[in-house]
Write a protein that binds this ligand. Structure first.
Ligand SMILES: Cc1ncc(COP(=O)(O)O)c(C=O)c1O
Length: 384
């Protein structure tokens, strides 16, 4: 593995039109919120983009065979999942993909089930197509957040049509085991549900003992009901390039998905596709170095949180997001409290869990240490 990448000294982002840094412009507040990392994209990705720019023509593009092949090969190599190139539907974003999935799920008034807390657009997507949102809360069992499938079943009304899964799960950082995935698959079969599996964080598994397993790779019956959504965007830090894809093995379902997107989703853009191929073909060395760095950051977060009375977290199996339980602090608004002390995190309320915060540790160690120090100091001052 190449460990020459300088994650300790990422580019300055303050004047770079960054959403993450724009929210704190002109203030002494550290942005630990929205899920992008502060690191530059891998050198082979930047080189491919530069080559495209040097050509200079930014006309409409169409997917090319080696691009699709790079995705097919990466899914086989990284996740042992054999797919066909024609199963891939390129889309400009995963959020668009799960909104389309809701549109395909039965009729207006039917229900969509999801496990909470979860990435906020999961909570708004069903309503965007007049579907009812059914939430089932994950339970904290020791060091892990798990789904109580019996409770989930009891909460599932007869008019449910879609299960929206997030695996790895943002914000709780779980990478579901094969046994858990089999339970989800059995539940979907029992209730005859379509499944939309958002696997955007699949390249960011930190815990080697819990490798990512695509839900649709379990068996052919599960695959038939699955719309799997993936993207290189989180893993290689290119979310601003708007490149994602759905994998749908069932031809009828795929045709319905494409039809629903027709005229609504814009074309994927050339630069995003070029970056996608480069990331899947040449990004592994950088990804391994990144995972190493993120493991170090996750350990720092865990150590610091252990010294924050009233705050707790669980080990992050995947993602660069830590989910902090601040309920014992009995603060009316933990996000505002810490922001006032110079650390901006995502508010658990937006994920369906007031009293929690999500901390993005995809940043340099020095920035992370500063944020953690500010948090500890804020809590110490509060106690004093
Ligand atoms: C679980 C999950 N899905 C989707 C997205 C966003 O995907 P996109 O930018 O491709 O719409 C994010 C971004 O944080 C995410 O965490």
């Amino acid at each position: 593995m190449n460990n020459c990448y300088d994650f300790d000294n990422p580019p300055e982002r303050r004047a770079s039109h960054s959403m993450k840094w724009g929210r704190v412009a002109g203030r002494d507040v550290l942005p630990m919120w929205v899920a992008d990392m502060d690191f530059a994209a891998p050198p082979p990705v930047l080189a491919a983009l530069q080559e495209s720019l040097a050509h200079g023509v930014m006309g409409y593009s169409m997917p090319w065979p080696s691009l699709l092949e790079s995705i097919v090969e990466a899914l086989a190599r990284d996740h042992g999942w054999q797919i066909q190139p024609e199963w891939i539907v390129l889309i400009p974003g995963v959020v668009s993909g799960f909104n389309l999935a809701c549109e395909l799920a039965g009729e207006p008034g039917d229900a969509v089930v999801t496990l909470t807390p979860v990435y906020p657009p999961f909570l708004s997507a069903p309503g965007n197509s007049a579907r009812e949102l059914i939430r089932s809360d994950l339970q904290r069992q020791g060091e892990r957040w798990v789904c109580d499938v019996d409770a989930l079943q009891a909460q599932t009304p007869a008019h449910s049509r879609l299960l929206m899964l997030c695996n790895p799960h943002n914000p709780v950082g779980r990478s579901y085991s094969r046994a858990e995935l089999q339970q989800f698959a059995a539940y979907a079969e029992k209730n005859d549900l379509l499944i939309c599996s958002d696997e955007i964080h699949c390249g960011l598994v930190l815990d080697d003992s819990a490798p990512h397993i695509p839900l649709a790779s379990l068996d052919a019956d599960t695959a038939k009901r699955c719309i799997t959504l993936m993207a290189p965007s989180k893993t290689w830090n290119i979310p601003g390039l708007s490149s994602a894809f759905a994998v749908i093995s069932d031809a009828r379902l795929r045709a319905r998905f494409k039809r629903a997107a027709e005229g609504i989703l814009p074309h994927t853009n050339l630069l995003g596709l070029v970056a996608t191929e480069a990331a899947y073909r040449h990004g592994e060395d950088w990804r391994q170095a990144l995972l190493d760095y993120l493991r170090g950051n996750a350990a720092r977060v865990a150590a610091a949180v252990a010294e924050m009375p009233g705050v707790s977290s669980t080990p992050v199996e995947a993602t660069y997001l830590a989910w902090l339980d601040c309920r014992e602090l009995a603060l009316e608004h933990p996000a505002r409290f810490f922001e006032a002390q110079g650390v901006l995190m995502s508010d658990g309320r937006d994920f369906g869990a007031p009293g929690f915060l999500r901390l993005n540790f995809g940043c340099s160690r020095s920035l992370l240490d500063e944020a953690l120090a500010r948090m500890r100091q804020a809590l110490a001052q509060r106690r004093a």
